[in-house]
Structure formats: C-alpha cells, structure tokens
Design a protein around this ligand. Structure first.
Ligand code: ADP
Length: 472
C-alpha cells in the first residue's frame, strides 16, 4: 500500500497534473473570494455611511427645531437606550468653541480636538480619524447649520473591521480546504486518466522483459486520445507480431530450403572423396556440387535482393527504357524453352512505349513472369507478352493459358518462399514473385494478377511512363 502511494507520488506527471488542477482551483477560489470580500467591504462601508447620514440629519433637525437642549435630550435618550449603533455627537460653535460632546467611553482614545472644524455650508463633509492605540478609525460626517454651528456625527470602524477579519479568516480556511480538495480530486482524476498510460508502460515492460509480443494494452472503448493511443499501440503490436512471426517463418523456410541442397552437396562431395572412385564419377559428383552450390547462391542472392528492394536500399539506375527492346530480349532468352515445351511465345508491343526504370531490374521482372508462365503452362498452350498506355503509366502484361492459380493461393503467391502445393512438381524457390513485387514497388509501380484455375493467368506490371515522368 505504502509502495503504491510512493509510486503514485513519484509518478511525477500525475503529481504535476494534480498540482495544476489544485492551483487552478485555488486561484479561481482566491479570485472569487477577493471579489466577494470587496463587495462585502463596500456594502458595509455604504451601510455605515448611510447610518451616519441618517443620524446627522436627525440631530441637525433636533438642533434646528429645539436648540442645544433638544439635541442634548435626543443624545441622552439614545445613550440611555444603549443601542448597538452608538455614535459620536459633537457640536462646535461658530467661534470654534465645543458646545457638546457625546461619545461612548471606549472611544476616548481618539483625539477629537484634531478634527477639522472648518467645513463650510452645504452638504455634509467627511473625515476619518485614526486611533493612536489601535487600527480602528473614527469616521465623522459633519454639517454647518443655519447659525454657523457645526454638528459632527461619527462612528468607529471597529465592528466593521472585526467582521471583515472574520470573513478573511474564513476565506483563508476555505481556500486551503479548496486547494486540498483540488489536489485530492486532481490526483484521483489524473490517476484515472493515466490508467491507460500505466497499462501501456506495463505492457512495454512485459515485452522488453519477456521478448514476447502477445501482451496488449487495456484500451477503453472511449474515443479519447489516450484510448486511441492504446488501440493504435495494440494494432502496432499486432503488426509487429505478424511481422516477427513472418520473419521467423521465413527464416525457418530458408533454413529448411538451404539444408536440402547443402546436404545433397555434402553427400556428393563425400562420394567424390571416397577412395577408389573412378575419375568420371568424381567429375560428375563435382559438377553436381557446383550445381547445388549455384542453387544455394541463387537462393541467398534473391533473398538479399528482395530485402534490399523492400527496405529501399536497392540501387536503381533509372532511365527511359524502351519496352519493346526489353520484351525482345526476354523473348530471345525464352524462345528455346518455349519451343522445347511446345508453347507458343508471342509479343505485341508498340515501339514508342518507354518506362522509367532500371533496365537490369526490369529485365529480371519480365524474365521471372515469363519463366513462371512457361513453367506452369503445358504443351500446346500460349504465352503472350503485351504492353499499352494507361493514363500516364505503361501496363505490361504476361498472359498464359496455363494451370491458373486457385483463389486460396492467389493472395499468398507474393509471400517469400510460398509455393502452391500444385506447383511442387516444378523446379523453383518460391521467391520469383516476391522479387517481382519488391522491384516493381521500389520503382513506385504496382503488380497484380488475375487467374482462373485451368484457364490461365495474367500478370500485369504498371510503371510510370518515361516521358510523363520527365515532364512532371
Ligand atoms: P516459384 O519458384 O514456385 O515459381 P514464384 O514466387 O515465382 O515461385 O511463384 C509462387 C507460386 O505462384 C508458384 O509456386 C505457383 O504456384 C504460382 N504461380 C506463379 N506464376 C504462375 C503462373 N503463371 N501460373 C500458375 N501459377 C503461378
């Protein structure tokens, strides 16, 4: 439990977010508190001033109607009632002689003599007198009367100040409570919000510790950013798992495919080394060894070519390549094979078509497709090479009337080392189409196939037209 809390506290991003949350809470409540305090202060001042104005008018009226005695009676009656709104009443004659002073005993610390008795006629004048002993202030309203007498009515701010101090203390406590609640709430909210991130961290830790990619992040169904991150991370893990699985599978296949020729090579070499083997047999065994070694070299270099093309490290010398010339070269290369197999090999390509490609690699692509077409077409069949313009691209096709590819095999024929079961009788490494696809993709083109079992297949390579590319 303690460990969990320690982890939560050292989980700085959570703490930082919670602190922000608490700070925003505290700052807003300070703002609201300050505003409320100002309003309360202003309303209390207004109330005190209104009271003084009322008292001033009342006592002035008393004086004007009944002279100093009437004022004296009113003040005494007020004092006797002992009401909470006690006021100072001071009457100063025209010659600055103080005629009457009445104030609660507690206010004796104020130096009333320092009051300014000079205000002229008109509305009331205001002045404030500070206490020499404490922070209280005596607020005094005064008015010059008809006979030049000055009447002053005053009140201390002690009650008001005390009330405001209580309000300030209350606000202080409230703000601390709000900040604490904000911090606690912030920690709870951020802890909840960071849950997917903690799950992400735990998943990454499990993967790095175990090397297994089957762990997944707990991603909620919400469409928020963190959940989406979790889902994307899971999708990425799924892709990596498939890729790693594929690579392991490919490696297994390569190991398997290499073992057979190397075992054969070893057996043939061993037989050649057996003492007393006739010279011609040794010669034949060595020739077999060379053949097997070539097979291994071809497998490895094709695999290297594919991965170079797929990773973008294959060096391509791009130039305008006339399609007709490449097709003619391919026909030259496979003419004899086609004739031996009793297959008609034809081409129909217009002379003006040019693709932007690496000549060597394009030849390899076409050769692989024609090689396959001839391999999977029986005697009496036909293989036709064609090319045409499609928009700003050139589409080259190799069409055969061969065995065709079953719908189940169709999506997998591009995988490395994949060979349809029906093709096991033919020689091959299962790498030709992977190489074709990797090279065409590296050129920025695409390759696709349509096929019908028993009727034949058409492979189509689409590459940018040379002229169109240069013009861009
Ligand atoms: P392989 O060395 O087996 O020919 P490829 O990668 O060139 O390897 O082809 C993969 C598989 O696709 C082949 O094993 C075969 O089953 C199928 N295939 C490719 N081309 C054709 C074709 N023209 N007709 C029928 N099947 C084909």
């Amino acid at each position: 439990m303690a460990g969990r809390w320690r982890r939560q506290i050292t989980n700085t991003i959570g703490l930082r977010l919670a602190a922000w949350y608490a700070a925003v809470f505290a700052v807003s409540s300070i703002g609201v508190g300050l505003l409320a305090y100002q309003l309360i202060d202003a309303s209390l001042v207004r109330r005190d001033h209104d009271l003084l104005r009322v008292k001033l008018a009342e006592y002035a009226a008393r004086y004007e109607s009944g002279g100093i005695h009437a004022l004296q009676d009113a003040v005494s009656a007020e004092q006797a009632s002992g009401g909470p709104d006690s006021v100072l009443v001071r009457l100063v004659g025209a010659n600055a002689d103080v005629l009457l002073v009445s104030a609660p005993q507690a206010w004796s610390t104020f130096d009333l003599g320092s009051l300014d008795d000079s205000p002229g006629p008109g509305r009331e004048a205001w002045q404030a007198l500070s206490s020499p002993t404490d922070t209280a202030t005596l607020e005094v309203a005064s008015r010059r009367l008809f006979d030049e007498t000055l009447i002053e009515v005053g009140r201390t701010t002690i009650g008001r100040d005390r009330f405001l101090t209580e309000i300030r203390d209350l606000f202080g406590v409230l703000i601390v409570a709000v900040a604490a609640a904000g911090l606690a709430g912030g920690m709870a909210v951020t802890s909840q919000a960071l849950r997917p991130l903690r799950s992400l961290r735990d998943t990454v830790r499990t993967i790095t510790e175990t090397g297994r990619f089957d762990s997944r992040v707990e991603a909620g169904p919400d469409g928020d950013l963190v959940d989406e991150l979790g889902r994307l991370f899971n999708a990425m893990l799924g892709r990596i798992e498939t890729l790693v699985g594929g690579m392991r599978g490919a490696l297994d296949n390569v190991a398997h495919d290499l073992r057979t020729p190397i075992a054969r090579l070893r057996a043939r070499a061993e037989s050649a080394l057996t003492p007393g083997t006739p010279a011609e047999e040794t010669q034949a065994a060595l020739a077999d060894c060379v053949e097997e070694a070539d097979r291994v070299i071809s497998l490895l270099s094709t695999l290297l070519d594919i991965s170079e093309a797929e990773t973008g490290t294959m060096k391509l010398t791009l130039e305008a390549v006339p399609v007709a010339a490449i097709v003619a070269e391919t026909i030259d290369l496979y003419e004899d094979t086609a004739e031996d197999g009793g297959i008609g090999l034809t081409s129909e390509v217009s002379e003006d078509l040019q693709v932007r490609a690496d000549r060597q690699r394009l030849r390899q692509v076409l050769a692989n497709l024609v090689d396959n077409a001839l391999k999977y077409t029986s005697a009496g069949g036909r293989v036709a090479i064609g090319a045409g313009r499609v928009g700003s691209d050139i589409r080259m096709t190799v069409e055969d009337t061969g065995s065709g590819i079953s719908p189940a095999d169709l999506p997998r024929i591009w995988d490395r080392l994949y060979r349809a079961d029906s093709s096991r009788g033919e020689p091959g490494l299962g790498l030709g189409l992977s190489l074709v696809k990797a090279i065409v993709t590296a050129h920025g083109g695409r390759v696709d196939v349509t096929s019908q079992v028993g009727k034949g297949s058409t492979f189509a390579v689409t590459l940018p037209e040379a002229a169109a590319v240069t013009a861009k």
